[in-house]
Ligand binder design. Sequence first.
Ligand SMILES: *Cc1c(COP(=O)(O)O)cnc(C)c1O
Length: 228
Amino acid sequence: MNLKKRLENVKDRINKAAFKCSRAPESIHLVAVSKTIPANRVREAIEAGVTILGENYVQEARNKFNALGTYPVSWHFIGHLQSNKAKYAVRLFDLIHSVDTLKIARELNKQAKKVDKVQDVLMQINISKEQSKSGSDIENAINLIKDIVFFENLSVKGFMAMPPFFNNPEKARPYFIALRNLRDQIQKTFPDVILNELSMGMTGDFEVAIEEGATLVRIGTAIFGERR
Ligand SMILES: *Cc1c(COP(=O)(O)O)cnc(C)c1O
């Protein structure tokens, strides 16, 4: 299958999943995860209709942006962000999915202020409580957001999580439900902050994520093929 066919196939599956749970397909945004994919392939994806790119590494994204920055696409950061890259991140990305510490939030706020930007962010939650995973602890999430909402140059839009990898997508469902429940709970505490976005679901499990309320699905392999 070529890239265009793959992309159409993914969009079709998104629409079907939305239909199945009576959601508007427009409420689900496809983030095409282009980490490790060379610029010429990413260009092909944009020309085939991709409108949001998800990148994991700031330097790699900067290089691609130099080649593709004139295309009207939105760039999202979905990887683990180090403080020393915050400066570039606020210049490149429309949405940063992976804010998980006060330290990185503070640095992003500072750098966004310098370029007179209000940076949209999501809070990444370690929903599976795996030691190795990035993301704020569930217990800490409320404290972190309490601080973040005071930063004038950050705007929190919702949450992101990555369940463990399973061969059976049904096994990821409880984690998607847990993220949505956490959002609902935090939303009650902060009624003035609109926490609509749920970034969850990848190639192996995005249909289940959509059924549980995903508004951003991050899909790489199903669009670009296996990464090398
Ligand atoms: C690589 C990656 C994805 C995409 O994974 P696929 O299984 O290729 O769809 C999504 N989210 C994050 C955070 C990633 O690092």
